[in-house]
Design a binder for this molecule. Structure first.
Ligand code: GH3
Ligand code: MG
Ligand code: MG
Length: 184
């Protein structure tokens, strides 16, 4: 009996561990790209069903290659973790946050129109800009900035791919326009 209980506890805990490994990014603990995609599909169908707005933001760290070259890859990793933690604080529990690629993050905000989302991203942008990062190597502090592009359902598209590509296009514009900005 005891063996059976211990065994099933071990199976449950191993299953939970596997689930975590398959859905999250180990560095930041945020959802990985694959799982994020599944969640976006669900959120879009929910928004469509209940006729609610939804906004997607694509966020990218500015000149991050330069930061890594200058302060080291370990300091770069600290920055990515800091950004993930700030995202978790800045957005709602009901928003979905993912690490989309190396230094790219995505946020899905259900029941949020583009204007409201843009204000939230602006607050987040300022917060990152003013966060001091300890640089152990030089005993100094540094900072990074981010740029973001937004796309809203249903105005900018009704499919995940369309919304992501509009957000990406606007992120590209933000990069062309001297970075450290949010484009809607
Ligand atoms: P831009 O402002 O145009 O976005 O310039 P950028 O330098 O940020 O963009 P680029 O795509 O040239 O470089 C991205 C850098 O992100 C290069 C890569 O070394 C770094 N990077 C990606 N993943 C990680 C990671 O997990 N840890 C660290 N430390 N750096 C990473
Ligand atoms: Mg990038
Ligand atoms: Mg970048």
């Amino acid at each position: 009996m005891l063996t059976a209980v211990l065994l099933s506890t071990a199976v449950v805990s191993r299953t939970q561990q596997l689930l975590r490994l398959s859905t999250t990014d180990p560095l930041t603990g945020l959802f990985n790209r694959g799982y994020f995609s599944e969640r976006v599909t669900i959120e879009i169908s929910r928004a469509s069903r209940y006729k609610q707005p939804l906004t997607i933001a694509m966020v990218d760290v500015d000149h991050f290659k330069f930061f890594n070259d200058r302060h080291g890859h370990a300091a770069g990793d600290i920055v990515l973790r800091m950004i993930a933690a700030t995202l978790r604080h800045s957005f709602r529990q009901s928003d979905t946050i993912g690490r989309y690629g190396g230094e790219e993050f995505v946020i899905v905000m259900p029941e949020t129109d583009r204007r409201t989302a843009s204000e939230k991203l602006e607050t987040f942008r300022r917060l990152i800009e003013t966060t001091r990062i300890d640089l152990a190597k030089t005993n100094d502090t540094g900072n990074v900035t981010i740029s973001a592009g937004l796309a809203g359902f249903p105005e900018d598209g009704t499919a995940e791919d369309d919304l992501l590509s509009v957000a990406d296009e606007r992120l590209f514009q933000a990069k062309k326009d001297r970075r450290n900005r949010i484009i809607l």
